[in-house]
Structures are given as C-alpha cells and as structure tokens.
Design a protein around this ligand. Structure first.
Ligand code: NAD
Ligand code: LMR
Length: 338
C-alpha cells in the first residue's frame, strides 16, 4: 500500500504517509485504540512498515479492533487488550501513542476536557512508568498543553522522566496549515509546508507563514483569515460533526505520520525534523517550559530542539498572545499531579 522509498523533505507534507529507509522495526502501543481516533490510527499503523507489532488497548472494544485490523495483509502482528490488561499491553513496547479520553462538543474549549482527561492520562502514564519506563510517549489526548506536562510530571514522580521521550502531537496543526496554505496558493500541500510553533489550542497555535515562500506572499485580510483558520481548524470540525465529536480521521493520519517520524529517528535516520510539543528551553525563562518548535528526532527521541528562527512583526504579536495562555495551561497540568 505504501512505498518503501525515502521521503526527501522529511517534515514536509507528502503524498506518501510512511517511509522506511532503515531496517530496525518496533513494537508500538495505542492506548485508546477503540475510539474515533484510535481505530483509524491503529489501521494506519498496521500499514507502517516500521511497526513490527501493535498492542491495542482500551477500556472498551480493543480486542475487537485488534481482530479486525489483524486481517490486513501487512507483516506486523496485532494484539488486543481488555480494560484489565494494561500492563500486558505495555510489555516490550518502544513507542506508545495515547488518544484516550473524551473529545469536545460544540461550545467547549479543549481546556473544558481537563477534568475528565487529566486523570485518564495520568493513570496511563503511571502504568507506562511501571512497565515501559524507557518508551517514547506520544500524547494526542486534549488539552495537549496540559496533558503533556501531566505525563512528564507523573513520570518524574516515578523517577523515570526523560524529556527526550515525551511528545505532544501537534502534527494536525502542521497538516492543516500546509493544506489551507496550499488551497490559497493554488499549490500542492507538499509544496507548502508550514512550521507551526507554540501549543495546541486557539491562540497558542502560532503558524510561521513568513518562513514559507508561499506563506509570505499571503497578506492583509487573507493572512488574518488563514491564521485564524489554522488556529481554529479544530472548531471547524467540531461544529460540522454537531455533537458527534472532533477530528478523528485527519488526526489519525497526523498521528500515524508523526509516529512514523519518531520511528525513523529511533531507527537512526538522520535529519528527521518536525514540530512537536516537548520539554523545551526556548521560553523557559518566561515560565513556559513546554513548547512546540521544530525538533530533530533521533535514536533517543528528541535529538535537538531548533530555535524558532526569524519572525515577522505579526508573528511576534501571535507569540506574545500565545505565551501567557500556554504558561497557564502548563501550570494547570503540573498542579494536577503535584
Ligand atoms: P473517542 O471518545 O472517540 O475515543 C476515546 C477512547 O478513549 C474511547 O474508546 C474510550 O473508551 C477510550 N478511553 C477512555 N478512558 C480510557 C482509559 N483510561 N484507558 C484507555 N482508553 C480509554 O475520542 P476521540 O475522538 O478518539 O478523541 C480522543 C482524544 O483526542 C480527545 O481528548 C480529543 O480531544 C483528542 N484529540 C487531539 C487532537 C490533537 O491534535 N492532539 C486531535 C483530535 C482529537
Ligand atoms: C483538533 O485540533 O482537531 C483537536 O484538538 C480536537 C479539537 O478538540 O478540536
């Protein structure tokens, strides 16, 4: 289904979802595999040639999803685990993707999900600390700006936190930005990659259009509209689904794409760079110690956090609006675990 040849521009959007230029393969777990994201994500990961084995866990329905996905004719093996089998699901796993938790309904912010999702993510992270303490953890569950600090603080409490191995998945913002800019520029999304920094909610999402040749040509009203659409793309889907949840299919695509990039880094491929929300020194002096920016992925997870580069005046303004809100979200996550 997917080509085995390498992708030239690593973090750029591509017509191919996966690349597997190196040989080592990996056991991957999906926690929340029975859900709207979990099911298509599991299917896509079954098609990733870098995944040797898939562990699918949910408090509901994972064995059924596993039986279904396991019939796909790719080499990886698939196992499903029921609610009381979390530890078994995590055994030997190198990469853990977490889409467990409730999604938004119209009128809600991502922060409104905190009360339900914070404890779900904390409890899953505690199990990871116990069973697979050296695994990379890829957090999809919202609010990402808080759930990533919750995972980090939970691992820290257990004495196993490695900042190189905890990632907030912000790839959907990158996917949307490329797609929306491509639409405006009349170009293929693969030719309109955009670096998106900050966090993953409204004003904390900061697209750096000035760093893109197509992006810097967009100005005036069109620029404001494009930034707003990238920042609030999630709301567009929540509204259209009208109470039936939030983005699942595009998120599964983005989650599979990011997982493949992490696997390529773990396999020793060089130059794998993409935005992701990690423990970061970039704005730590402003009390913002988790931040999404271009990150080089490698054998141990985070290899290098790139600086954000030059910003336009408008982007400086977006960043100023982002930082205080992001700081609040991060502190809320930390306080929950403390
Ligand atoms: P969903 O309700 O369809 O699925 C969630 C799944 O999590 C369910 O199957 C549920 O049984 C499971 N679950 C609940 N508690 C669990 C636990 N303790 N252990 C294991 N599984 C558990 O929701 P969805 O649409 O798949 O969204 C999941 C999360 O992803 C939401 O929080 C949503 O806001 C978030 N999301 C994030 C992004 C992003 O860009 N990072 C994009 C879209 C959605
Ligand atoms: C998204 O960006 O689509 C997700 O974070 C889900 C949401 O609540 O909007």
């Amino acid at each position: 289904m997917f080509s085995r040849s390498a992708i030239r521009t690593l973090a750029a959007p591509s017509s191919r979802l996966f690349s597997s230029s190196s040989a080592r393969q990996t056991k991957v777990a999906v926690l929340g595999a029975g859900g709207g994201i979990g099911q298509p994500l599991s299917l896509l990961l079954k098609s990733d040639p870098l995944v040797t084995s898939l562990s699918l866990y949910d408090i509901r329905g994972a064995p059924g999803v596993a039986a279904d996905v396991s019939h796909v004719d790719t080499a990886s093996e698939v196992n499903g685990y029921a609610a009381d089998q979390l530890d078994e699901a995590l055994e030997g796993v190198k990469v853990i993707v977490i889409p467990a938790g409730v999604p938004r309904k119209p009128g809600m912010t991502r922060d409104d999900l905190f009360n339900t999702n914070a404890s779900i993510v904390r409890d899953l992270a505690a199990a990871v600390a116990r069973v697979a303490p050296t695994a990379c953890i890829l957090v999809i569950s919202n609010p990402v700006n808080s759930t990533v600090p919750i995972v980090a603080a939970t691992l820290e409490k257990a004495g196993v936190f490695d900042p190189a191995r905890v990632f907030g998945v912000t790839t959907l913002d990158v996917v949307r930005a490329a797609r929306f800019l491509g639409g405006i520029a009349g170009a293929k999304p693969s030719d309109t990659p955009v670096t998106v920094i900050g966090g993953h909610s409204g004003a904390t999402i900061v697209p750096l259009l000035s760093q893109s040749s197509h992006g810097k040509a967009v100005d005036g009203e069109a620029y404001l509209k494009l930034v707003n659409r990238i920042q609030y793309g999630g709301d567009e889907v929540v509204k259209a689904k009208d109470g039936a949840g939030s983005a699942t299919l595009s998120m599964a695509y983005a989650g599979a794409k990011f997982t493949n990039l992490v696997l390529r880094g773990l396999n020793g491929e060089k130059g794998v760079v993409t935005p992701t929300f990690v423990k970061s020194p970039l704005f730590a002096d402003k009390g913002v110690d988790f931040f999404s920016s271009n990150v080089e992925l490698g054998l141990n997870g985070v290899e290098k956090i790139h600086p954000i580069g030059e910003l336009s005046e408008a982007e400086q303004g977006l960043l100023e609006a982002c930082l205080p809100e992001l700081k609040k979200n991060i502190e809320k996550g930390k306080a929950f675990v403390a």
